[in-house]
Design a protein around this ligand. Structure first.
Ligand code: NDP
Length: 236
């Protein structure tokens, strides 16, 4: 049993974020999720936030702090894709993805670090992707945003590692969510052929790694990139 913490998961109304929040609730933590629409899992507090807007992120943290106490664990999970080949990718496609996935994580962890510094304790988990380091045709914007999270976690580790704060990256491969359901079936079959495990994963398989890296047993792990990808990204 790990120490009960106050946890905030961004984008916790569906997909991987929902499963992460569910797992933290099941393990007895005080859990809040941010959502633009919908609700987090039973037993969690839902607050509204758009991660592209610093004022909205700030208001969400303030509400969580008032209702559940200072945020000790933050999971920057909210993310989007706008896939297309480089030659067809508009500036807006690039900017929107980087602003949400990389900029959004920055706004969230910057706000979280205030309370963590005061408490001299914090667990920061950034949800990246296997494609951040592996690369992916049609995902120049997305892969760049996800690779950026690695530099972010490692820089935070160097800045705040001495204050009881860890920052790690979890890099999922293909997970069964709305994001992958959008892929054409032929493409899904092709991906499965390339994954040593031969299958996609459930969101819970990612969630259990996130709760572990945020827990007491992982206190000496920081700046790590932890793959949950069935072996797809090996060596990257
Ligand atoms: P979904 O598309 O199912 O959910 C995305 C979540 O992000 C939703 O809760 C969504 O909120 C939220 N979100 C998007 N934009 C914003 C924003 N501007 N402000 C606040 N919230 C926002 O995605 P997944 O669950 O599949 O993915 C979760 C994370 O995992 C993402 O970072 C993704 O890149 C990453 N990932 C996913 C993989 C997969 O195979 N599915 C593989 C590797 C990484 P709303 O419902 O309001 O739109």
């Amino acid at each position: 049993m790990t120490t009960p913490r106050t946890v905030l998961v961004t984008g916790g109304n569906r997909g991987i974020g929902y499963a992460i929040a569910q797992e933290f609730v099941a393990q007895g933590h005080r859990v809040a999720v941010t959502a633009r629409s919908g609700e987090g899992p039973e037993g969690s507090l839902t607050v509204r936030a758009d991660v592209t807007d610093a004022a909205s992120v700030d208001a969400a943290f303030t509400e969580v702090e008032e209702k559940l106490g200072p945020v000790e664990v933050v999971v920057a999970n909210a993310g989007i894709t706008r896939d297309t080949l480089l030659m067809r990718m508009s500036d807006d496609d690039f900017d929107a993805v980087v602003d949400t996935n990389l900029g959004g994580s920055f706004r969230v962890i910057k706000r979280a670090s205030k309370g963590m510094l005061k408490a001299r304790f914090g667990r920061i988990v950034l949800i990246s992707s296997v494609v951040g380091l592996y690369g992916s045709a049609g995902q120049v914007n997305y892969a760049a945003s996800k690779a950026g999270l690695v530099g972010m976690a490692r820089s935070i580790t160097r800045e705040l590692g001495g204050r009881g704060i860890t920052a790690n990256v979890v890099a999922p491969g293909f997970i069964e969510t709305d994001m992958t359901a959008e892929l054409p079936e032929a493409q899904q079959a092709e991906y499965k052929r390339n994954i040593p495990a031969g299958r996609f994963a459930s969101p819970t398989e990612v969630a259990r790694v996130v709760t572990w890296i945020a827990g007491d047993d992982a206190a000496y792990i920081s700046g790590a990139v932890i793959p949950v990808d069935g072996g797809l990204g090996m060596g990257h």
